[in-house]
Design a protein around this ligand. Structure first.
Ligand code: KG4
Ligand code: ZN
Length: 341
């Protein structure tokens, strides 16, 4: 009988301190998330220094709780995975230093996980039979790409944003409307009862990449013009119009990517994968004969389970384990080989 492999996943790249225990890369035994959202909401966004301090205060407790909920001890853990990029350098360093120390004292192998590759793995946890290849729409606070997931360790970027990330634009537009941080879920909620009646420019560019900076500026200009002329506008309509301009192009481009790569499976990953409009538009692709994979909502945002899952697949594919020299890499990227500018 093949031995079960238990992986401890540690995530501290932004404002969530998260630790999980995952069996064989797909079965979550525990997934503890300490969110700092309430702390940063006071400032309207993440304050890096405060994020690092809070990670330091709770990371050991979150780890103890994750082991407890999984009903295992450190002795039972086979591998440790930790996010080493991309993210806030001070925040990443807390997880990396903690994981290196844990690996040293327990003598367990440590895997250096790319946060974005971790997000993709939320799909392997949600869908036990899902295997590459598939197209993945990568939509988070820091990334926007359509990726061809050719293998568990083989990613090809088909197209990307040329400026802001989609999540960043949701957060900025929310700020213009005076909505609390993080803005994505707030816009999602208001958009549900709004009409997409305002013609904002699509984020999809003629060259097949995306621009969210232009869309954000168009929303700012629209709301400033009306405010200066003391004309009221319906924020729900604005949210629905913005969501449509931000997301419709992603869906259109995904269809092209599916056709060109001759694939039938499309998944989504990252914080914005929780967006209800995006999920319903993607679900409609089933009418075109595609299989659509939507990660469970609690696996869309940052969590330790996706990091543990990624570390497990790195272990399976014999990716070298990290040394004590491992450092945080705040601007770590997926390999880009096909960006059409
Ligand atoms: O993946 P994530 O938790 O952190 C990064 O790796 O960046 O993504 C966070 C982003 C934020 O910009 C947040 O506003 C956005 O995901 N987000 C949403 C929704 N939930 C979270 N955006 C749109 N609709 C949502 N429901
Ligand atoms: Zn993330």
């Amino acid at each position: 009988m093949v031995k079960d492999i238990l992986t401890l996943g540690i995530e501290s790249s932004c404002d969530e301190t998260a630790v999980a225990v995952v069996k064989n890369g797909r079965e979550v035994l525990s997934n503890v998330i300490f969110s700092q959202i309430d702390i940063h909401a006071l400032y309207g966004g993440v304050v890096p220094e405060i994020a690092s301090r809070n990670h330091i205060e709770v990371i050991d407790k979150v780890t103890t709780e994750a082991l407890k909920q999984a009903q295992v001890t450190l002795d039972d853990i086979d591998n440790i995975g930790v996010t080493y990029g991309a993210g806030l350098v001070g925040a990443l360093l807390v997880g990396v230093s903690f994981a290196k120390a844990l690996s040293q004292i327990t003598n367990k192998p440590l895997y250096a996980v790319n946060h974005i590759e971790g997000h993709i793995c939320a799909n392997f946890i949600t869908y036990k039979d899902l295997q590459p290849p598939f197209i993945c729409l990568l939509v988070s606070g820091g990334h926007t790409s359509i990726v061809n997931v050719l293998g568990y360790n083989k990613f090809d970027i088909i197209c990307s944003t040329i400026d802001d990330a989609i999540g960043e634009s949701f957060d900025k537009v929310a700020r213009i409307l005076g909505l609390p941080y993080p803005g994505g879920p707030q816009i999602d909620k208001l958009a549900k009862t709004g009409k997409p009646s305002i013609a904002f420019p699509s984020a999809l560019q003629k060259n097949g990449n995306f621009s969210y900076s232009g869309l954000k500026t168009a929303v700012i200009n629209y709301s400033h013009n009306l405010s200066q002329n003391h004309i009221d506008f319906n924020p729900n309509d604005l949210c629905a119009s913005f969501s449509s301009a931000a997301i419709d192009g992603l869906i259109e481009r995904s269809k092209v990517a599916l056709r060109e790569s001759n694939q039938k499976n499309i998944a989504v990953a990252g914080g914005v994968a929780a967006n209800s409009y995006l999920r319903s538009k993607l679900t409609q692709l089933t009418n075109n004969g595609y299989n659509v994979f939507l990660p469970k909502l609690n696996l869309c945002g940052d969590n330790g389970a996706m990091i543990a899952s990624r570390a497990y697949f790195m272990y399976l594919e014999n990716i070298p384990i990290a040394t004590t020299q491992l450092n945080a890499d705040p601007s770590l990227k997926l390999r880009v080989n096909n960006l059409r500018h």
